[in-house]
Design a protein around this ligand. Sequence first.
Ligand code: PNS
Length: 166
Amino acid sequence: MLRAVYPGSFDPVTSGHLDIIERAANVFDGVVVAVAVNMEKKPLFTVEERVEMLRSACGHLRNVQVDYFGGLLVDYVEKQQARVVVKGLRAISDFEFELQMALMNKRLNENVETLFMMTSAEHSFLSSGMVKELAEFGVTLTGLVPPCVEQKLTDKIEKTKREAQR
Ligand code: PNS
């Protein structure tokens, strides 16, 4: 059984993430999509909300499970009895930081391999940050995020704006 962990912030999951998850699910026997807790970035969605959106988006994939983790990724990968970390790569701009993380993870645990999957061309420009910005400007997000995320993101942005006005 070859299991892989696909880690990330997923704040929120985009169609680009889902594309990587679907393709990883075709390659590995099992894929654990793992939402990172304790991020330095201040996320828009709580961990529970991010996990819930991922579970809805991945409902059609029988060999995919969604979880969350704190602490070091390599420790979580070992706990999951996996040996592979899957990451998506969009542009050259992703490469430098991803290389740094892959090398550090290798140093922390030499048994863990990081495998990169190239993004599909239609998602190469997509990021959670950009999707959030578009939502703030009221742009329709159809196709950019899974359908279950569309309304949740719009509602969250509205709520955040209301709270900021108080
Ligand atoms: O979606 P992101 O924000 O690019 O994901 C980054 C993530 C969560 C994969 C990365 O920050 C991570 O692995 N965090 C866990 C803490 C850790 O293991 N740090 C050392 C890795 S160099």
